[in-house]
Design a protein around this ligand. Sequence first.
Ligand SMILES: [Zn+2]
Length: 362
Amino acid sequence: MKITFAFKNTKNSDDKYSYIKSVIMKRKEFFQKGLATSALLGSSAWISAADEVPQNDQNKKTPWGYDVNYDEVRIERDMPGQPHKGKVLMAIQPHSDDIPLHAGGLVAKLLDEGYEGYLCSVSDDARGEGDYKQNRIDNQNIADFYGMKGSFELLMPHHQLGSIGIQDLIQRVIFLFRAFKIDTIICIDPWGHYEENPDHYITGRAVEAARWTAGNLDYNEHFAAGIGPYAPNERYYYSRANQTDNLIVDISNYIDKKVGVNLLNIAKGPFAGGDKGVKLRERLAKEGKRLAILDGDDRTANFNYYKTFSFSGDKRLGEKYGLQYAEGFHYMSGTPWVLGPTATERVSPQVEEYIKNNSLSL
Ligand SMILES: [Zn+2]
C-alpha cells in the first residue's frame, strides 16, 4: 500500500516580526551613544538609540535561524490585537516550579496575545517518599490559571534524569510536538551556562533534539497514524544566569499574573507554602509594628510580600532596559527542515523565498 501525506509547513516565524514592536539594540551603540546620555535622559536614551537600528536583520542570522550575534538584544513588548491567534505553544519544565519562576510572565503574555497553550512537566518531583500528588495538582492549577488546553506529566525520576535514556524523553516530546502541532517552545536553554541541576540541562537538550527531529522524516509510524512531521519554529529558551539572552520580554503588565501563578505552586519552589506575608505580619504585630503592604486579607498580604521581595531579578533585568519588569530569553526561530507538499519532498527556504519574490504568471 502506498501512503501519501499532505503536510502543512510550519508557520513562518518571520511574520512574527511584523507584529513585534521590538527593538534591535547593539550593545556597542548603547555604550557609545546611550550610556553617555542615559544619566541625563533616563531610559529614553536607550530606546532612541535602539530605534536607529533596523529591525530583524536577517543577514545576521545563519541560514537555519540560529542567532549567533550575542552583541544584539531585542525587546519584545506587548502586542495588541491577538497576533498569535492560530498558533500553539508548549511550555516544558523539568519541575513544577520552573516555568512559573523563569517564564511566568512570558507565558501569560503570549496566551493573552492569542496563543493556545500546553504545559508539559518532565519529572515527577518526588524525593523518595510519597507520590507527590500536590505537584500534579499544582501543575494542573497552573495550566488552568493560564487557560491552557492541557497539562502533560511525563513522571520521570526527579533529580535523576541522568539515569534515563535521553532518547526516551526525546521521543515522547517529538510525539507531543507533532500531535499537538506545537509552533513555539518555552523551555530551559540547552546552551545556557552554569546550570547545576541535571534535570534542567537534560530536559533542555532533549527538547531541542526533539524540536529538530519533529520536523524531520524519522519515526514514520507516526506518519502512518497521521501525526507529523511538524517542527516547532520559535524557541524562547531561558537560562540560569542569562548569559545567552538575546531577547528581553517586557512583562511589566504581567507581573501580577506571574506572582499569582507562582502562588499556585504549593508543593515546590521559593513560594511553597505561600504564607510568608502572613507570617511576617504576625511577627511584626508582636513587635508592635506593621507594614502597609501586609494590610488586608491573607492572600493580599502574601501576594504583596512575594511581589515586593521575590521578583528582584525580573526588576533588575527590566531596569537595565528601561522597563519595570522583564524576563530574558535566548530566542531562535527557523527550522532546517522545510517540508514540501509530500513527505518525501524537502524544499530549500532560500529557493522558496526567491520564488515568493520573483515568480511570474505563466
Ligand atoms: Zn527545576
